[in-house]
Structure formats: C-alpha cells, structure tokens
Design a protein around this ligand. Structure first.
Ligand code: DAH
Length: 335
C-alpha cells in the first residue's frame, strides 16, 4: 500500500536502515509508549465521532501493519547481511605462518647424566638408583667409614634426623651397598643423582651430582678401572683431555685413587687452577664386600664416583659451578 506523509517517510527510513540500532530508533519514534507517532495517532482516535473513528481506525491499523511488516523484513535482511560479512571476513588462512613456539630442553646436568648412562651402558654397565635421604648405616657404616671420620661431622653432613640417624646422602656410594645386597657378582652398575654437603664456593655447592660406578667380577683389576675411567673421560669430556692419576684415600677402597683433569682453554678463566679433581675411585675394600656378603676370595672389583658438575665445567669451560643452579636462561640456552 502507498502511505501518506509522514508514514511514507518512516517506511523509507525502515527500508534503508543500515543497522539494527537505527531500526530501533525508528521503532521508538513510531511506537514509543508515550510520544510514538503511531501511539499518539491511535490515542487521538478517541476524539473523533463514531463513524470517523471507525474509518480512520481501519486506515491506521492497515498502516501500522504495513510498518510492522517492513520492520520485520528489514530486521531479517540486516541479520543475514551481517552473517554474510562475518562469513567472508572471518575465514581461516591455513597458509599463515604462526610465530614459532619456544621449546624447552633438559637442563644440561640431566642431559649430561643421560649421555653418561649411554656411554657406560655401551661398556656394559646397568643403571641403578637409590634414595636421597639415606640411613647412617648405608651412607657411612657399610662403606667402612669409621665412627671418627670427619665426613660424619655436623659440619659436613646434613642430618635429616639425628634420632633416626638419617642423612641427606653425602655421596652416591651407598647405592653400591644397596646394589650388592641385591645382586650376585659378576656385575657392572652405575648410578647418577643428587648428593648434599655443607659446602659452597666456585667449585662446591651444597647440592651437586655424582655418577657412581661399580664393577665386580672374578678378575676385575685396577688396570680395568683405569681403562674404563680413561675411555669415559675421552667420550664425556673430550678425546684429547689431559689428566693425571694420584693416589687418594677413601675408606671404602684400597688402593684409592683420584683423577685430575686439566682445565681446557684459557687458564686465567679457571677459578680452581689448571687441575680439577673429577673422580675418586679404587679397588673396593674387602670389608665392604664382606659387609655385603660377597666372597672376597672369589670376587674383587673397582668403584668410582664422578663429580658431574666438575666434568661439565671442564667440558664447557664454565668457571663457576654456581652458574648451573641460577637458572639464568642466557646461560642455560647455550647448551
Ligand atoms: N664417594 C666419594 C666422594 O664423594 C667418591 C668416591 C671415591 C666414590 C672412591 C667411589 C670411590 O666409588 O671408589 O668423595
């Protein structure tokens, strides 16, 4: 139907409205409860005579219906238009390169322990483990460490419970005992893990890592030990590593030895000097074997304990052991 002014103007505005809120404004102008044009026009019918009211009423209802239909249509078409633009603007572009995600990696100490397990694994050593909270029995007594040994002292050892005689293990050597109690020779085992001592400077930390090793058999000799140690350092530090052997005292070996490795690169950067002790080792003391029920007439063998951080310090020329634990990403990302 063609409408007369002002309704015609409203109809045009409805048809050309660009958005839902524009439609809502027009709707309010027309049908607002107090001042809407249509609302007022309908109210005004009351002032007409019966006959005129009937005629005008019919006319107005028709106009009202036309406007309402126009609103409904425009609302529908605006909605489908906005869906269409959404569909075209919101598509995925699978060819787009995403910023690369930063990937983490193992801390160099743990990466190195895995590498060591692999190197010793190739030499026939199996991997064992033991608790970090140890008893005095395993940490000291079974290893032939006398009651009076200074290592038992409060100054060196973290006692977890002096009543129950528990310590944070001061070395990985107690794992030798636990292993020997459960296995019959011949065997070869290594065990890597954390150890604790009251020590802190450029080459000592209250917590550090050791790799313990043990090889027992009928004719395992000191020469075998030296050859295992030397091939380990050539793989784990570098093929041209310079080292020297010294005798050393440890109550659980006889004879006992220590190996020092020469600092690689600029010696003025080494805090410790040009030689760094990296491993204690020796032929397992008969008392230790006996403690574990091993026949010392038939079996003998060697044991060793490497300092993991120290090997890494030499391998990568890291002057201060505390750098390992500061977790500065600029340091860790280099490895
Ligand atoms: N447990 C010793 C330490 O922490 C290192 C060590 C020396 C381990 C001689 C051994 C060994 O197995 O035979 O200082």
């Amino acid at each position: 139907m063609t409408l007369t002014s002002p309704w015609n103007g409203f109809l045009d505005r409805i048809h050309t409205a660009k958005a839902h809120d524009e439609l809502a404004t027009i709707e309010h102008e027309l049908f607002g409860r107090k001042a809407g044009e249509m609302t007022v026009a309908l109210k005004n019918l009351a002032s007409f005579s019966d006959e005129e009211r009937k005629k005008k009423g019919q006319e107005l209802n028709l106009i009202k219906h036309t406007l309402e239909t126009a609103f409904a249509e425009r609302t529908r078409s605006l909605s489908s238009e906005s869906l269409k633009t959404l569909a075209s603007s919101d598509t995925l572009d699978p060819s787009l390169d995403l910023p690369e995600k930063e990937r983490g990696h193992l801390h160099l100490i743990h990466e190195y322990i895995r590498r060591s397990e692999e190197v010793f694994g190739r030499m026939g050593f199996e991997v064992a483990a033991g608790p970090e909270v140890e008893t005095e029995h395993y940490n000291f007594n079974m290893l032939n460490i006398p009651e009076s040994h200074p290592a038992r002292d409060n100054q060196d050892t973290f006692w977890a419970s002096s009543k129950e005689k528990k310590v944070l293990r001061t070395h990985t050597s107690p794992v030798q005992i636990r292993f020997m109690e459960e296995h019959k020779p011949p065997f070869r085992m290594i065990c890597a893990g954390k150890v604790y001592r009251k020590d802190s400077d450029a080459t000592h930390s209250p917590m550090f890592h050791q790799i313990e090793g043990l090889m027992i058999g009928e004719d395992v000799s000191l020469a075998n030990m030296k050859s295992v140690m030397e091939s380990a350092i050539s793989e784990l530090i570098a093929a041209d590593t310079e080292f020297r052997w010294r005798t050393g005292y440890f109550p659980f070996v006889e004879p006992g030895m220590e190996m020092d490795v020469r600092w690689r690169g600029d010696e003025s950067k080494s805090r410790e000097g040009k030689w760094l002790e990296i491993v204690g080792c020796g032929m397992v003391h008969p008392n230790v074997l006996k403690n574990c029920g091993i026949d010392t007439k038939k079996y003998q063998g060697f044991a060793f304990g490497f300092g993991v951080e120290r090997m890494l310090m030499i391998r990568h020329q890291i002057p201060d052991l505390r750098l390992f634990y500061e977790n500065d990403l600029r340091f860790l990302r280099q490895f």
